[in-house]
Ligand binder design. Structure first.
Ligand code: ACO
Length: 326
């Protein structure tokens, strides 16, 4: 049976780190408040002149190197992002050029924090249909350019970064077992941004046309997120006849520590089997799952034959889960 397999992973975090102590000097907040409510201690911030495509390119390059796949072997590049360089062209096209992946067709997808899972499902469909053999899937975000740095309710949450995976056609039991995606557009007003491409972000002066920055009703998002993440996780397990005990590692979207803990608890997965790096990277939206996956992989926490459950929730609302046999 043809199955999509992950041949390599990579990630890239910008050098600059913004700590909670730094934020205390920017807005009325405290390290104590941020840590208690979110578990986030620091996040990475792209340098001036460093764009989403740059982060994506570096993560992609590292994933290709691990997979031992040359850029010109890639058939398709998908970049999941809501902070692409421009409204158009797609950031994936800039990445295709940067990597000299001349054979690949390339496009972006917008599913906010669920973007990597949406991208995985799309890549899987192309691979299963036989229309692509090697896909470079990247989640990349520069949220620092679309948050209002005077809004303490949002600016403390997000970080910049990129993660990538090379997906290839394989045979047998290993690889992506299933992917389960959902959306409910009635919730869009709880989490959105009316801006433009992150290379040329909206200025506060344009606020009379509507606030251009990230808008969020955090406590409402929180409630729906936990419920949806659990339902998607259970759906993925049920579809494969598996139980929480069969999961070697839960790799959730790193939104905040309280969401991770509540979801893991309701799913019945102990915290020692949950990948957590939100304390060091914050919420990197579509980049969050592939960054966590790469970290778990490179640190040797994932072993051959392990069953991984990935789940995500984000603006749209969109949410979903995927099961992978490594
Ligand atoms: N520092 C200090 N006080 C703050 C801060 C801050 N950074 N931000 C908000 N507050 C204040 C509020 O003004 C409010 O004050 P008031 O009671 O005087 O009005 C008080 O703290 C409580 O505000 P809430 O918004 O109710 O706080 P809550 O406990 O819900 O925590 C948080 C806020 C952390 C945003 C939480 O709701 C959350 O994590 N929600 C999930 C949102 C999320 O993760 N979004 C990301 C995109 S979707 C996703 O990735 C899942």
């Amino acid at each position: 049976m043809r199955r999509t397999r992950i041949a390599g992973t990579g990630s890239y975090l910008p050098e600059k780190i913004l700590t909670n102590a730094d934020l205390e000097r920017m807005v009325e907040t405290s390290d104590e408040w941020i840590t208690a409510r979110t578990g986030i201690r620091e996040r990475h911030i792209a340098a001036p002149g460093e764009f989403t495509s740059d982060l994506a390119t570096e993560a992609g390059r590292r994933a290709l190197a691990m997979a031992g796949v040359a850029a010109d072997e890639i058939d398709l590049i998908i970049v999941a992002t809501v902070t692409g360089d421009f409204s158009w062209p797609a950031t994936a096209c800039v990445v295709q050029h940067n990597l000299q992946a001349g054979r690949a067709f390339a496009f972006d997808i917008s599913a906010a924090c669920s973007g990597f899972l949406y991208g995985m499902s799309i890549a899987d469909s192309y691979i299963k249909a036989g229309s692509a053999k090697k896909v470079l899937l990247i989640g990349a975000e520069v949220f620092s350019r679309i948050v209002d740095w005077q809004d303490r309710g949002t600016c403390i949450l997000f970080g910049d970064g990129a993660g990538a995976a090379v997906l290839v056609a394989g045979e047998g039991d290993h690889g992506l077992l299933s992917c389960h995606l959902h959306a409910d557009g009635s919730f869009w007003p709880l989490l959105y941004q009316m801006g433009q491409g992150s290379r040329n972000p909206a200025a506060p002066a344009s606020a009379e046309q509507g606030n251009p920055f990230v808008q969020m009703q955090g406590n409402e998002v929180f409630k729906v997120a936990v419920r949806s993440l659990c339902e998607a996780g259970e759906e993925a397990l049920d579809a494969n006849g598996l139980h929480a005990d069969d999961v070697d590692m839960l790799i959730p979207h790193q939104a905040n520590r309280r969401i991770l803990e509540a979801t893991a608890k309701r799913l019945g997965i102990p915290l020692e089997r949950v990948m957590v790096n939100v304390d060091r990277v914050g919420n990197t939206s579509a980049a969050s799952i592939p960054i966590a996956l790469d970290e778990a992989h490179r640190s040797g926490r994932i072993k051959q034959g392990d069953t991984l459950l990935l789940n995500a929730f984000g603006g749209g609302f969109t949410w979903g889960a995927a099961l992978i046999r490594w």
